[in-house]
Write a protein that binds this ligand. Sequence first.
Ligand code: SAH
Length: 253
Amino acid sequence: MIGIGPGDIEYLSLKAYKLLQQVEVVVGYTTYIELIDELLSPDQQIISTGMGGEKERAEKAIARAAGGQSVAVISSGDPGIYGMAGLILEILKRRKEKKSAADSIEVEIVPGITASTASAAALGAPLMHDHAVISLSDLLTPWDKIKKRIKAAASSDMITALYNPRSSQRTEQIKIARDIFLDHCSPETPAGIVRSARRGEDEEVVITCLKNMLDHRIDMLSTVIIGNSSTYVDEGMMLAEDGAMITPRGYEL
Ligand code: SAH
């Protein structure tokens, strides 16, 4: 399982870079295969599937590995953060219980730069203090549970990174999440929206506040970072167009 980072191959680890060139088979979501396309050679077999094909990809990868091939399953960011690593380990555990050939598969997990840290770097230094990462996707997690976690983060003054904030079908969750934050935090709390972080020219960075965050484009390519009560915007630091978002660690200056 290989994390390919946020998109631009410059942000790939050297380990991931080497392994991607060595393996016989590369399995991944079509968009992610395209992101690393220039590293791959015609000798390698590519198995790509569309969005939502996670189980199918995992099964195919395991079948190839069980047949003796070296296989890289790629995830964007880090494979262990809403990626493929957990699913594959779970399937392997099941197979082991059934004593199938997958017993002999050797597994390695190569971490990658996840969307929260890639987005934080584009915004400044918003994650300098304790923070929570919450996915707003309720496809695999009940929405009530997600809301509880949002409340817990908002009420404990955690900086919060929201993954999967909004899709064409899921448009309400981000509004509800914002309202929960407003119940606990100042409307002026800085909020950053980063779209396609570290994907070259495609990167878009907006620094706004809780009150106004819904006025900006938020979609499945975006990560939203909501600050804590100490987070502020340095408008003079032109890291992003709107300045830089900073959460003090607490040093005396
Ligand atoms: N394994 C991935 C996360 C997959 S969930 C990781 O560790 O980053 C998919 C969500 O991640 C997207 O909806 C978006 O919220 C976020 N994401 C992934 N890549 C991103 C990028 N380059 N810029 C901003 N957000 C990104």
